[in-house]
Design a protein around this ligand. Structure first.
Ligand SMILES: *Cc1c(COP(=O)(O)O)cnc(C)c1O
Length: 230
């Protein structure tokens, strides 16, 4: 079996086992950024349907090369204002909404013949200066304006915690995200159902704290390539 498939099935099994220990199912988002389209096809044939991309041009090229594949594309990278039109048109999910202005643009630009765009708000859970995302304080104030936007569907929260933390610190960060989501659901009478948290290095901690979607790149694809090779 291809090493890629071995790693993929191993991750799938690991996630299923962890999820069954802790709670309901956890969706695996395969982060294919910088990886060639042939690898996306290989995983697709093995049953993978959700793929995440960080770089718009790279993601659009892959979509263009796979027009008849029943893939759900997730945008997970930093969003510049001039990219929102293509993101809103060609992706089903956006995990990295970090400003109200970006949500307003995605809402305006989502084609009317498509279902609402699923979005997660990115939270700067460890309050790092270098990282984008809402602070926990800002977050509560943007929920109502987000709910007023008809062409986007607020699904939950996403975070990328500080790297190189101990397991207990990882868990504490993920728990903060899960707690604030529960608070939002209660306060605004919502049923946000997505906690996009956990990557290759911290998926166990994330699932233990209630992740519903893990975003896995390296553990499936191996080290990322420097530039996109399609
Ligand atoms: C690259 C990336 C991932 C995947 O990270 P790995 O450590 O390779 O699993 C997940 N989420 C985001 C937002 C990313 O940019």
């Amino acid at each position: 079996m291809l090493p890629l498939l071995q790693r993929y099935f191993a991750q799938r099994e690991l996630i299923e086992n962890l999820a069954s220990q802790h709670h309901s199912p956890v969706k695996l988002l395969a982060v294919s950024k910088t990886r060639p389209v042939t690898e996306v096809m290989t995983l697709y044939k093995a049953g993978q349907r959700d793929f995440g991309e960080n770089y718009l041009q790279d993601g659009l090229k892959k979509q263009h090369l796979l027009p008849h594949f029943d893939i759900t594309w997730h945008f997970i990278g930093p969003i510049q204002s001039n990219k929102t039109r293509d993101i809103s048109r060609y992706f089903s999910w956006v995990h990295s909404v970090d400003r109200l202005k970006i949500a307003v643009r995605l809402n305006q630009q989502r084609p009317v013949n498509q279902p609402p765009l699923n979005i997660c708000l990115q939270v700067n859970i460890d309050e790092e200066e270098s990282k984008s995302g809402f602070s926990l304080k800002e977050l509560i104030g943007v929920i109502e304006p987000m709910l007023a936007l008809d062409n986007i569907q607020l699904r939950g929260l996403m975070a990328i915690p500080r790297a190189e933390k101990s397991v207990s610190e990882q868990r504490a960060s993920f728990k903060r995200l899960a707690d604030v989501q529960a608070e939002i659901n209660q306060r605004f009478n919502l049923e946000l159902d997505t906690l996009s948290m956990g990557m290759s290095a911290d998926l166990e901690s994330a699932i233990a704290e209630g992740s519903t979607m893990v975003r896995i790149g390296t553990a499936i694809f191996g080290e990322r390539l420097k530039s996109a090779v399609l």
